[in-house]
Design a binder for this molecule. Structure first.
Ligand code: ARG
Length: 457
C-alpha cells in the first residue's frame, strides 16, 4: 500500500501498522459519500468566508477545486472519504486547502454526509413506494367486486373482494411512506458547527449552512451530534417494517400462484425455470424479496447493537453504521422496484378464488348475521349456523346446494330467502361500514386511495 495521507499525523512518531490500516480504513465503502462530502465542504468553505477565515476568492477557489475531485481509484491510500477529499483538495488548491478544516471535525462531517446521503435515499425510497402503491391501485381497479376467499389462520374465513385485499397492502405501504417522511424530518437537520463534540470556536453561520445544503433546520446540541445515530435507526426501522410488508405480500403471492391455489399467474419475466425439471416456473423474485427482508432486519439489529453500549460521545464503533445502512437502502430499493414489476405483471384468475369462497362455508357469518337481523340473538344464530355447517360437512353438501325450502326445513328460524346468502357475493354487500369489503365501499375506498396517493410526495 502507498503512504497514507493522515489528518492527524503531528502527535505520532510512526504511522499506523498495515494491519491496523486494513482493519480500520473505510474508504472502500464510504466512497459512496463522495458527492455529499464535496457539497458539505463547499458550503463550509463559504461559511468560513463569511466569518473571515477565508477570503471570498479563496473560498471560490476551494469550491471550484472540490467540484473537480473524481471518484477515488481502488488503490487510493486514504483512511476514509473525508481524508481522500482533503488530499485531492490539497493537490488541486495547494496550501489554501489547509484552512478548510478550521473548527471542523470528521465527527460532525460524517454525520453531515450520512444525513445528506440518507435524505436522498429516503426521497427515492418514497418515490419507489409510490410506484408500488400505484401498481396496487391499478390492479385493484377492475376487481372491486371480484370475490375471493379471505383467510385467518390460513383457513378460509369470509369472502372479500380482491380489490379490498390489495387495498390492505396499500394501507401498509402508505404508513411506510409516512414513516419515511417522519424519519426524513429527523435526518434533515444540519450538524456542522458542532466541532468534535464541544461546538465550534468560530462563529459559523449554522442557519446559512443549513439553507445552502437544503436542511430544514440545525441540530441543537454538539455532543448529541457526535454521539447519536438514532436518525439512521429511524430509517432502518422504517425500512425493516416496509420489508416486512413486502415479505408478507411475497409470501401470499407465492402461495396464491402455487398449483394448489391457482389464483395468480405470475409473469414469465419475474419467474425462473429449473435446471433439472423442465415444467417448473418458480417465483424467485418474490422469494428473494422475502429473503432480503431478513437482511434488512439484520441491518437494524446490527446498528442497534453497535450503538447500545457506547459512552458519550463519538466512538470509532460508529463507523460500523455505514455498511448496514447502505446495504439496507440498496436491498429495500431493489425489493420495492421488484415488487412493483411483479404487481404490474401478475394476473388474477377469477374461477379458483371464487370457488374457494363458494365451497368453504365462508358464508356462515353472513347467515348468522342475517338471522340476528331477523331477531335471533347472535349467540343462538351462531350456534344454529354451526349446526348447519356440521350437518352439511357430514353430508358432503356444499352451501350452494341448500335451497330456501331445505333451510327452512332444517330450522324454521331460517327464512327461505336466506338461501341467497349461500352465494358469497351476496352477504358481502352488507359490509358497508367504512373500511369494509362491500363492493361499493371498496370502490369508494379505491377512489379515496387514488386521491391520497396523488397528494403524497
Ligand atoms: N470514518 C469515520 C466514521 O465513519 C469518520 C470519523 C472519524 N473520526 C475519528 N475521530 N476517528 O465514523
Amino acid at each position: 500500500m502507498s503512504e497514507p495521507t493522515l489528518l492527524w499525523g503531528g502527535r505520532f512518531e510512526s504511522g499506523p501498522s498495515e494491519v491496523f490500516q486494513r482493519f480500520s480504513w473505510s474508504l472502500h465503502f464510504d466512497r459512496r459519500l463522495l458527492a455529499v462530502d464535496i457539497a458539505g465542504s463547499q458550503a463550509y468553505a463559504s461559511a468560513l468566508a463569511r466569518v473571515g477565515i477565508l477570503a471570498p476568492e479563496e473560498a471560490a477557489a476551494i469550491r471550484e477545486a472540490l467540484a473537480a475531485i473524481p471518484e477515488p481509484p481502488p488503490d487510493a491510500p486514504d483512511e476514509d472519504i473525508h481524508t481522500y477529499v482533503i488530499r485531492l483538495l490539497k493537490e488541486k488548491a495547494g496550501a489554501l486547502a489547509d484552512k478548510i478544516h478550521t473548527g471542523r471535525s470528521r465527527n460532525e462531517q460524517v454525520s453531515l454526509d450520512t444525513r445528506l446521503w440518507l435524505r436522498g435515499e429516503i426521497d427515492s425510497t418514497c418515490a419507489l413506494l409510490r410506484g408500488l402503491m400505484a401498481a396496487l391501485l391499478n390492479f385493484a381497479g377492475p376487481h372491486t367486486a371480484t370475490v375471493v376467499a379471505g383467510y385467518t389462520h390460513v383457513r378460509r374465513a369470509q369472502p372479500v373482494t380482491w380489490g379490498h385485499y390489495l387495498l390492505a397492502y396499500f394501507e401498509m405501504f402508505a404508513r411506510d411512506h409516512e414513516r419515511f417522511r417522519q424519519a426524513r424530518a429527523r435526518v434533515n437537520l444540519m450538524p456542522l458547527g458542532s466541532g468534535a463534540l464541544a461546538g465550534s470556536g468560530f462563529p459559523v453561520d449554522r442557519q446559512g449552512l443549513a439553507r445552502e445544503l437544503g436542511f430544514d433546520g440545525v441540530t441543537n446540541n454538539s455532543m448529541d451530534v457526535s454521539a447519536d445515530r438514532d436518525w439512521a435507526l429511524d430509517f432502518l426501522s422504517a425500512a425493516s417494517i416496509a420489508m416486512l410488508h413486502l415479505s408478507r405480500l411475497a409470501e401470499d403471492w407465492i402461495l396464491y400462484s402455487s398449483d394448489e391455489f391457482g389464483w395468480l399467474d405470475l409473469g414469465d419475466g419475474v419467474t425462473s425455470g429449473s435446471s433439472l425439471m423442465p415444467q417448473k416456473k418458480n417465483p424467485d423474485s418474490l422469494e428473494l424479496i422475502r429473503g432480503k427482508s431478513g437482511r434488512v432486519f439484520g441491518a437494524l439489529t446490527s446498528l442497534l447493537t453497535t450503538m447500545k453500549g457506547l459512552p458519550m460521545t463519538y466512538n470509532r464503533d460508529m463507523q460500523e453504521d455505514k455498511e448496514p445502512l447502505f446495504d439496507a437502502a440498496d436491498q429495500l430499493a431493489g425489493s420495492l422496484d421488484m415488487a412493483r414489476v411483479v404487481v404490474q405483471t401478475t394476473k388474477l384468475r377469477l374461477a379458483p378464488p371464487l370457488q374457494a369462497a363458494e365451497e368453504g362455508w365462508l358464508v356462515a357469518t353472513d347467515l348468522a348475521e342475517a338471522l340476528s337481523r331477523s331477531g335471533v340473538p347472535f349467540h343462538q344464530a351462531h350456534q344454529l349456523v354451526g349446526r348447519l355447517v356440521l350437518e352439511s360437512v357430514k353430508q358432503g353438501k356444499l352451501p350452494g346446494a341448500w335451497t330456501g325450502a331445505d333451510l327452512h326445513a332444517f330450522d324454521p328460524r331460517f327464512a327461505p330467502e336466506m338461501a341467497q346468502l349461500m352465494n358469497p357475493a351476496e352477504g358481502m354487500k352488507t359490509r358497508t361500514a367504512q373500511g369494509g369489503t362491500a363492493p361499493a365501499t371498496v370502490e369508494a375506498a379505491l377512489a379515496q386511495a387514488r386521491l391520497r396517493l396523488e397528494n403524497m410526495s
